[in-house]
Design a protein around this ligand. Sequence first.
Ligand code: ZN
Length: 288
Amino acid sequence: MPMPSFPIYLLIEQQIKPIIEGKIIAEIKCEIYHKGKYSWHGDSFRNLDLIKNTKILYADSNFIVTDSDYIIEFGYFHGDLRYFENISDVNINPNKKSTSDGYVLTFCFDDDSCMTLVLYSWSTRFSVNKNTYNVDKITVIPKSQIEVTDDAVFTLEHFKNWLSERANMNIVENCSTVKGAFDIFNPVMSYILLISNIHPRTKTVRLSDAEIEKLYQNIKNIVNDYRSGVRVCEFNDVFGNSVAAKNDVVWMNSNMLGKPCPVCGTAIEFTPCAGTKMYFCPHCQVRK
Ligand SMILES: [Zn+2]
């Protein structure tokens, strides 16, 4: 699963895209900083030579496409993708340990700037593969089955079709990051379900067209708010700064348990679902 999830990936993308697209990857350094019990990451780095001296045609928070027709895909923890104006400024000291080896990858660009990526557990990923996207046409490389930031993909029709194929599943499973539906962070998706008046464990088949449209519109509105900068969530940016939230939605996570619902004031409860806990308002979100 790509990490981090929306809205953080969008904020990282907005920073990294304009600064590295068009640059030449002059060198890639792969350094091990922690020796763990397992070394599976080692295999991920086998094609590194194929992207040396290539130009970056497309970049976002999880993908880089180069003019040698290779695509670099990476998944990492929040704060572990960094950019430095000059390679001599690099000041990361990863102390993150796990059962697998820990690596720092440094992409050195032709203008002496660089990007570093820390990879250190089963959840982080890196690979270099043949590109299957048409670079002249791509605007967004999908990070999940329905890429919510791509207007051409996330249409009401596509959303309805996608749900109808999974009608017997709980709506939260169809919408949560757990099953890979959308790459929206669970606490943010739970807020969207709250304002849509949908209980997380409602069977998808029981939702009316009007409810599905309301859910779709709320996802769309929240996504657009983060895209346009109306909302910002707290995140660690690629320059190493902690960016403060602005008009952020209420993240419906364990911090909200027993606290008043942001809409009606009823105490927030949780329900076990999809291998985790989903936080909801028993007044606003009645299970159908
Ligand atoms: Zn409520």
